[in-house]
Write a protein that binds this ligand. Structure first.
Ligand SMILES: Nc1ncnc2c1ncn2[C@@H]1O[C@H](COP(=O)(O)OP(=O)(O)OP(=O)(O)O)[C@@H](O)[C@H]1O
Length: 400
């Protein structure tokens, strides 16, 4: 081969594939290489977010602020700066973040990587274009875009994502905080579960297992609230609440449609018992609903929110039930009462106990679903004897 020809062949080599198989191998290798590239240099994130400019801020949740960013290659990202209350060491954080970045499913928000910079710990997510489900359903004028087909697909997608987290990912992941606000919707209306793995990144200390990472009012399974018993069935309960919210268009924690019902779940159960289940449906669904599908999904929501965790189906069964013809579903028993839980944080200096205790009965009390017995049980079983203060984000009451 002449020198000039050899030079030309070498030049085009990276772009040349002999067969489809070669191309696929090339693509696969590139994918693997990309997946292994989990660490993001801090400067890249600074550049991507315009130095974490407040205009780039998407919001701030219980674990810290989230910023929108754009990488040099054009990819849009969401960067979560974890709050300093995560006392995890650098090595431990990196290990966990690397594991979490391997969690990949079309119904789970992908973690692209992580960054540690001094005290700062950051997680880099794929950016999900549309709003979160709670904004679409409860806070915007876009609710009409959620017709029955979309709501049904969201229910099925979240069920599959949760099944993956519970059973199919390399590590069994219990989410702990399934709620409409943690379901992001992409531009194709595909639901993606956000905020998984926080329990791993914010580990508990020996004496207060299960108390720092708490769920959100109106979604937490009673057994988790009462005695900190956390299992995949607690996620199933929260999933059931999301299903019932999605079908009724009502937020559980502020439900007030029926004074005779203790809350959204109780309302659904009563209507079910009276054979009037379709009255539970959001009137906005009237023109798009498939009545037997709606009735089946409400029944599945009720099965998931049963008080006894043993009776709740696991997510594998839920996925099967969602694809089944209605009529062959089990009879749900009475739903559990979701409750409020308190998480620990460091006591601020000079914090008075009388100020804190008001947290027990304040606006975090989950509306009509809050149960004071639950609060006291929670207080006695989860080392909650010390004072309480409000979560700055108004969602999770925090124990001081
Ligand atoms: N990957 C993402 N793509 C697009 N927006 C995101 C992404 N992750 C988070 N957000 C947005 O950032 C904001 C803050 O999210 P975050 O999950 O931290 O808190 P939250 O859901 O508001 O509260 P909580 O911590 O109680 O769950 C929300 O508006 C959320 O929709």
């Amino acid at each position: 081969m002449s020198k000039s020809k050899e030079f030309f062949q070498n030049l085009i080599k990276p772009f040349k594939f002999n067969s489809g198989k070669d191309r696929q191998n090339g693509d696969d290798l590139q994918k693997i290489a990309q997946q292994e590239q989990k660490h993001f240099p801090f400067e890249i994130l600074v550049a991507a977010t315009n130095n974490f400019h407040h205009h780039q801020k998407l919001g701030e949740g219980g674990f810290g602020p989230v910023y929108k960013g754009k990488l040099d290659d054009g990819r849009e990202i969401a960067v979560k700066k974890l709050s300093h209350s995560s006392n995890q060491g650098k090595r431990e954080f990196e290990n966990e973040a690397r594991l979490l970045a391997r969690v990949q499913h079309r119904n789970v928000v992908n973690i692209l990587g992580y960054c540690v910079h001094g005290q700062e710990k950051l997680l880099v997510y794929e950016f999900v274009t549309n709003e979160s489900l709670d904004k679409l359903l409860f806070k915007s004028n876009r609710k009409s875009e959620l017709d029955w087909k979309r709501r049904h697909e969201i229910i099925s997608g979240v069920a599959r994502g949760l099944l993956y987290l519970h059973e199919d990912s390399h590590n069994r992941i219990i989410h702990r905080d399934i709620k409409a606000g943690n379901i992001l919707i992409d531009d194709k209306w595909i639901p993606k579960i956000a905020d998984f793995g926080m329990a791993r990144l914010f580990p508990e200390d020996q004496t207060h297992v299960n108390t720092r990472v708490a769920g959100t009012n109106g979604y937490m399974a009673p057994e988790y609230v009462m005695n900190g018993r956390l299992s995949a069935k607690a996620d199933v309960f929260s999933f059931g609440v999301v299903v019932l919210e999605l079908i009724s268009g009502q937020k559980n924690s502020s439900f007030n449609l029926d004074v005779n019902a203790q809350g959204l779940l109780d309302w659904a159960y009563k209507l079910y018992k009276k054979g009037k289940i379709l009255e539970f449906m959001d009137p906005a669904l009237a023109s798009s609903a498939v009545p037997e599908q709606v009735a089946a999904c409400i029944q599945i929501g009720l099965l998931c929110t049963q008080g006894d965790p043993q009776l709740r189906p696991d997510m594998r069964r839920v996925v099967i039930l969602l694809s089944k013809r209605p009529g062959s579903l089990e009879e749900p028993t009475r739903p559990g009462v979701p409750g409020t839980r308190y998480r620990r944080s460091r006591r601020p200096p000079g914090f008075s106990s009388s100020a804190g205790t008001s947290g027990l009965s304040d606006s975090h009390s989950s509306g009509s679903t809050f149960n004071t017995n639950t609060a006291s049980a929670s207080a006695s079983t989860s080392a909650l004897a010390s004072p309480l203060r409000s979560d700055p984000h108004g969602k999770r009451p925090v124990q001081s």
